[in-house]
Design a protein around this ligand. Sequence first.
Ligand SMILES: [Zn+2]
Length: 270
Amino acid sequence: MRAGETAIGHTARLLGGAFVTLLGCATTPTHGAGPAPTAPVPRSVRFVYLVSADRPVRQDFIDAIANAAQHVQRFYARELGGPTFGLNRPVVEVARSDKPATWFYAHDSGSHKDQWGFDNGLSEAKRLVGAGYNQEFIWVIYSDGPGNSGRGGGRIAVMPEDDLLGLVGQHPTQKDPRRWVYGLSHELGHALGLAHPDDNDQVPDAVMGAGFYACFARARPACTSGLCDACELTEADRATLRASPFIREAGAVRRPATWTRLYRVAPGTR
Ligand SMILES: [Zn+2]
């Protein structure tokens, strides 16, 4: 678990729909960018790469987000015996913010400082691409604003620059990109309603516990192809996901025809 993200994960679990509704009402009036130019895939997980005004668009970040999204999609399919979440087409939506990078985790959005990054990233993604609390999509927002604490809950996850650097092997201390891929699986799990396990010691490889820090470096016994790491969802996680409207049969998941179709830049934000 990362510092600071526990509260929203657990708040979303404890309060459920009430939490989502409350925040949705609070942020709805700022809706501004309008619908995407092409219809997004219904009930998909939409990945947004928020590019600060003083940062370049990094193609390696776009590629890394898309790869991580598809890896986690496969991981969920493995753990659920086929069903998984759907991805939007393109997988990664790029949105150019007019805010500097430091704004995202330093702008005062309220009394809970450890939630500023989440609030600011969400408010920008809402303004630029219409992200928000609703019944239509799960949103995963990667910001290049300097920060070290990803957060997920209530159908939203917001990830800081640390995670982008981690996905491309440039994090200062945690060099294995898989740690950041499974960090995504953890925060996306919160966005889908998963909670932390009651006892981490009982499930050391559970990605919703502390497992995402190291489970990828261990192998599943007798696994010879596909994803053979030891990372896992608990039975409680699986039960929650099977009841989620965002989890669908694998046959309904359409893979993009080519990598070049994975990306687009939101209109007016380039
Ligand atoms: Zn967590």
